[in-house]
Design a protein around this ligand. Structure first.
Ligand code: SAM
Length: 261
C-alpha cells in the first residue's frame, strides 16, 4: 500500500476517525453486537468505533488492529479506561491473534489492501466455527456529487482512481468483496447497502465534502508524475468554491458485506 501517502495524512485522518460513530458511520453493525462476543476490528484507526463496539458487547472483548502506530497511540490514550478493549499495532499480514473470534469487523480498510484474497483467507482462519465477518467499504467508481463538481476536481478524482488501481488497490471493493468471500469458501454472504449521503444544510456537510480536499493536499501523485501541481492546486481551489456555492449533496457508495465461516 502507499505507506507514505497514509503517513502524511495521519494528522488529518485521525480527526476524521475521531468523529466517527456507529450511528452515522457504521449504522448496519449495531444488530450484530451481542453481550459476550469476542470481536476483532481490522484497520481500527484511532479506535473510536472499536471503543463504541466495546460498550455494546457486555463482558465480551474487542481487539482493534491497525498498522499505523500514531493512530494506535492516540486510541490507547483516549480509551485507556475501556477494560474490554485492546488496541494492537500490527500489519494484518503479520498479525498472530491470541485466540479466534466470534465476529470480525473491518471498516474502510479493504480499500487500502493490495491482496484482499490473502487477507480474507487469514480472517477465515481467525474466526471460530460459525463466526461472522462484516466488511464495510466503498465503491469509489460510483460516487455521486450533485451537481457535478468542477472539471478540475473530476480530473483529479479520475487520476486518483488510476493511481490507486496502478498501486493494486481495488476501487470497487464494496461490489466485489462478496465474490471474493465466496471464492474463499465463506457462506451465507449478504450485501447490505450502506451508502453515506451528505446533504447541504446538515451538520458537517462542508467538512464531509472536504474529504477530497484532504486527499488532494497530498503531493504524492505529483511526485509520482500522475498529475501536475497546477492541476492539483486548481482542483482544490475550484472544489472549495463549489462546496461553498453550488454543492447540494455527495453520496459515497458503500456496502456492508457479511458472511459466515
Ligand atoms: C480509512 S481507515 C479506517 C479507520 C476506521 N475503521 C474507520 O472506519 O474510521 C483505514 C485504516 O486501515 C489501516 N490499515 C491499512 N492497511 C493495513 C494493514 N495492512 N494492516 C493493518 N492496518 C491497516 C490504516 O492504518 C487505517 O487506519
Amino acid at each position: 500500500m502507499k505507506e507514505k501517502f497514509i503517513d502524511r495524512k495521519d494528522q488529518q485522518a485521525n480527526k476524521i476517525f475521531e468523529r466517527r460513530t456507529l450511528a452515522s458511520d457504521y449504522r448496519t453493525l449495531r444488530p450484530l453486537l451481542k453481550p459476550g462476543l469476542s470481536v476483532l476490528d481490522v484497520g481500527c484507526g484511532t479506535g473510536t468505533l472499536t471503543n463504541e463496539v466495546a460498550s455494546h458487547i457486555g463482558d465480551g472483548t474487542i481487539i482493534g488492529l491497525d498498522n499505523t502506530a500514531s493512530f494506535i497511540d492516540i486510541g490507547k490514550e483516549h480509551y485507556a479506561e475501556t477494560e474490554n478493549l485492546d488496541l494492537v499495532c500490527d500489519n494484518i499480514f503479520n498479525y498472530q491473534p491470541p485466540h479466534q473470534f466470534d465476529l470480525i469487523i473491518t471498516a474502510r480498510t479493504m480499500q487500502w489492501l493490495t491482496d484482499i484474497p490473502k487477507a480474507l483467507k487469514l480472517f477465515k482462519s481467525w474466526l471460530k466455527p460459525g463466526g461472522q465477518i462484516s466488511i464495510l467499504d466503498y465503491n469509489h467508481t460510483t460516487i455521486v456529487w450533485d451537481p457535478a463538481p468542477p472539471e478540475t476536481m473530476q480530473a483529479f478524482y479520475r487520476t486518483f482512481l488510476r493511481w490507486r488501481a496502478d498501486a493494486g488497490m481495488n476501487n470497487q471493493v464494496a461490489d466485489e468483496v462478496a465474490t471474493l468471500l465466496q471464492q474463499q469458501g465463506f457462506e451465507s454472504i449478504e450485501t447490505i447497502n450502506a451508502d453515506q449521503v451528505y446533504h447541504k444544510g446538515e451538520a458537517d456537510f462542508e467538512t464531509n465534502l472536504a474529504i477530497w480536499i484532504k486527499v488532494a493536499q497530498s503531493k504524492q501523485m505529483v511526485t509520482e508524475g500522475y498529475i501536475s501541481d497546477e492541476l492539483r492546486l486548481q482542483a482544490i481551489a475550484d472544489y472549495t468554491h463549489w462546496i461553498e456555492t453550488e454543492a447540494r449533496s455527495m453520496t459515497l457508495k458503500m456496502n456492508d458485506v457479511r458472511a459466515y465461516v
